[in-house]
Design a binder for this molecule. Structure first.
Ligand SMILES: Nc1ncnc2c1ncn2[C@@H]1O[C@H](COP(=O)(O)OP(=O)(O)OP(=O)(O)O)[C@@H](O)[C@H]1O
Ligand SMILES: [Mg+2]
Length: 265
C-alpha cells in the first residue's frame, strides 16, 4: 500500500508557508513564499513547489489543513485551524519541553501557553497595530536604509542604545527620523528599536506569565539581535527553530495527520 502524506498551508500577512509530512510526522518538504497581494495564488504556488521538492503528487497528499489569516480562502484545503493551536503543536513537536510559545509574525504577535502535549491553555495577542511585529521592523529598516539582515546584526545591541519611547509604528518612525537628523548612529537606533519591540512583547508576557521552556516562532525569530535582547529580558534562553516561519505550518500538518487518524491530543 502506498504511504499517505499530509500537508498544510499557513497564509500569513507576509509569508505563505507549506509543510508536507509523512504518516510518521516526518517533514518531507517545506516552502516559504511571500504572500504578496494574492494569498490564494501564493498558497497554490507554495504547495506545488513543496510537492515538487518532495517528489510527490497531489493525490498522495490526503489531507491539507489551512491556517493563518488567509486560511478561509485556500481552495484545496480539507480543513482549517487557528494559528494559535498550530504554533503550539508545531513548537511542541520541535521542542517537547516548550511551555510557552512566542510567535512574532508580520502582522501580529502572540504569547501562547501550552500543556505537555502541545495543547493551548491560554494566549494573548497583539493584532490591532503593527507595534511589536515584524512589520514594525520592516518599516524601520526601510527608513534606516538597512536590509533586514543588517538590522538583525547582534553587534548592534551590545553598545549604546537610542531611546525610542513610542511603541506606535507611526510615532516611532518620527522618532527615528529626528534621531537621524541629529546624526545618532544607526546601530544605536537599531538597538533602541529592538528594545522597543521586546518591551512590547514583554508586556504580553507579563500579562500571561512564562511556563517551562520558551520557543520563539515566526519570521522575527530570524532576527538574531532581537533574540538576544528578548533572552536578556526573559532571563532565559529561547528555543529558536531552524526555520521559524514554518512552525505554524508544521503544526497544521500534524493536526491534519491526527484528524485523519482520529487521534485526540
Ligand atoms: N532573515 C530575516 N531576518 C530578520 N527578520 C526576518 C527575516 N525573515 C523574516 N523576518 C521577519 O519576519 C517577519 C515575517 O514573519 P512571518 O513570515 O512569520 O509573518 P506572517 O506569518 O506572514 O505574519 P502573521 O502571522 O502576522 O500574519 C517579517 O516582517 C520580518 O520582520
Ligand atoms: Mg504567521
Amino acid at each position: 500500500m502506498s504511504e499517505n502524506y499530509f500537508a498544510s498551508v499557513d497564509v500569513g500577512s507576509l509569508s505563505t508557508d507549506v509543510v508536507i509530512i509523512n504518516s510518521a510526522g516526518k517533514t518531507m518538504s517545506e516552502v516559504v513564499l511571500d504572500t504578496g497581494v494574492n494569498g490564494v495564488a501564493a498558497a497554490q504556488k507554495a504547495i506545488d513547489l513543496a510537492l515538487e521538492h518532495s517528489n510527490l503528487t497531489q493525490e498522495q497528499v490526503i489531507a491539507v489543513t489551512a491556517t493563518g489569516y488567509g486560511r478561509a480562502s485556500v481552495p484545496f484545503a480539507s480543513g482549517k485551524t487557528t494559528e494559535i493551536s498550530c504554533h503550539g503543536v508545531g513548537a511542541h513537536q520541535l521542542f517537547p519541553k516548550t511551555g510557552t510559545v512566542i510567535d512574532i509574525g508580520g502582522q501580529d504577535s502572540k504569547v501562547i501557553q501550552i500543556d505537555d502535549r502541545g495543547r493551548m491553555l491560554d494566549f494573548t495577542m497583539n493584532d490591532k497595530c503593527a507595534a511589536g511585529t515584524g512589520r514594525f521592523l520592516e518599516v524601520m529598516a526601510d527608513r534606516l536604509e538597512l536590509g533586514l539582515n543588517e538590522l538583525s546584526d547582534p553587534s548592534h545591541i551590545t553598545g549604546k542604545s537610542a531611546r525610542i519611547s513610542s511603541t506606535c509604528t507611526v510615532f516611532a518612525e518620527s522618532e527615528v527620523i529626528s534621531l537621524m537628523a541629529k546624526h545618532t548612529r544607526r546601530e544605536q537606533i537599531v538597538n533602541g528599536l529592538q528594545r522597543s519591540i521586546v518591551n512590547r512583547i514583554w508586556s504580553m508576557v507579563t500579562s500571561i506569565g512564562i511556563e517551562g521552556e520558551v520557543t520563539l516562532t515566526g519570521g522575527v525569530a530570524n532576527n538574531r539581535g532581537l533574540v538576544l535582547v528578548l533572552e536578556e529580558k526573559l532571563g532565559q534562553k529561547l528555543n529558536v527553530p531552524e526555520n521559524p516561519q514554518t512552525v505554524g505550518a508544521l503544526g497544521a500538518a500534524l493536526i491534519a495527520l491526527r484528524n485523519f487518524n482520529n487521534q485526540h491530543f
